[in-house]
Every structure is written in C-alpha cells, then in structure tokens.
Design a protein around this ligand. Structure first.
Ligand SMILES: [Fe+2]
Ligand SMILES: [Fe+2]
Length: 197
C-alpha cells in the first residue's frame, strides 16, 4: 500500500475504532435508561481514551491535514472551520464527561441523569462529526494531499501510540480491550446464526 492510501486507510480505521467505542458507550447508557446497572468504570475508560487519543493525536493530525487542504482548495473554508470548531468542542465536552464519570466511580454524589444526557449528546456530536469528515473531507484529502504532505504532517505532529487499539496497548485499558473482543465475538455469532436461518 502506498504511503498515501495507507494514511487515508489509517484515518478511516481510527473512525471505525471510535465508532465501536461510541456504540459500547451507548449500550451502557441504554442500560442506565432501563434502570439497569451500567458499567461506569468501562464508560470512564472509554471517555478517558477519547480524551487521550482522538483529542491528543487524531484531531490535531486532522487539523494539520485540513489546514493543508485549505491551502490547496480555498472553497473548503466553511467545512474546515466547522470541523476545527467541533474538535475544540468535543475536547471540552469529553473532559466534562470524564469528570462526571470519575465522580461516579469515586463514589461522589453526582446526578447520574446528567451523564446520560451528556453522553448521548457527545455520541451524537462525535458521530455526526465523523460522518461529515468521511463525506466531505476524506475525499478531498485523497484527491489533494500528496505523500509529501502526509510526510510533513507526520513530522509536525508528536506521535503517540494508540494506547487502546495499538500494538503496545496500555494496561489501564486491559478490561476495555476484553470487552471489545467479547462484543466482536458476540456480533459475529449473531451474524452467523442469522445466516443459518
Ligand atoms: Fe475530526
Ligand atoms: Fe476524524
């Protein structure tokens, strides 16, 4: 795979990972909504990751890619500005959710309904953000950015390994990784049993 298409594939792959986590988070909010017991520690692990990988690497790397796209295609300004603003908002929003979940896990008194409202709003905003990127910006990036542009972005950004999905996963995400693997097996089993009918 060329450097160029691998950059786009990596980008899309990260969105798939984030979508997996948002679905897990949504399942937990559904449990809460049904007055069942959600796994607050898992929700915190998910949001901790969202504020320590997407906010720290994925979005800053996009900001650089968007800036280069804007240099090459001036008409992309409104969408690039919107997406950059959403990065700032998602980061703030994610921080608020982490603090609320930390309070719950630590046993402080925190209105739990607020976590559901915030969590659902975060999920909706993150999904719509990724949808806009996939529909409007990834095709432009694929068309406009050269291998040299991607190399320059790679140099400009401080690289960190993905602490959850990366090869050297961090210990703090061990149980979240197991949960993701369990979900993947369960959904594969559902697909297989669907085919058998
Ligand atoms: Fe983004
Ligand atoms: Fe993105």
């Amino acid at each position: 795979m060329s450097h160029l298409s691998s950059s786009i594939a990596l980008w899309r792959g990260e969105h798939v990972n984030f979508a997996t986590l948002l679905a897990l988070l949504e399942d937990q909010l559904d449990l809460f909504h049904q007055a069942k017991k959600p796994d607050y520690q898992m929700m915190l692990d998910i949001m901790f990751y969202m504020t320590h990988y997407p906010d720290v690497l994925h979005h800053p790397r996009e900001d650089l890619a968007f800036a280069r796209i804007l240099e090459l295609e001036a008409t992309s300004r409104p969408i690039v500005d919107d997406l950059a603003e959403q990065h700032v908002r998602l980061k703030d929003f994610g921080g608020v959710l982490v603090r609320s979940l930390e309070n719950i896990v630590d046993g402080s008194i925190t209105p739990r309904d607020r976590v559901e409202v915030l969590g659902r709003a975060y999920i909706a905003e993150f999904r719509s953000h990724m949808r806009t990127e996939e529909e409007a910006i990834l095709p432009l990036a694929a068309k406009l950015l050269s291998a040299a542009d991607w190399a320059a972005i790679g140099v400009a950004i401080r690289h960190i390994d993905d602490p959850l999905f990366g090869a050297k996963g961090q210990e703090r995400y061990a149980s979240l990784r197991q949960q993701i693997a369990r979900e993947a097996r369960a959904s594969q089993a559902r697909r297989l049993s669907g085919v058998g009918r």
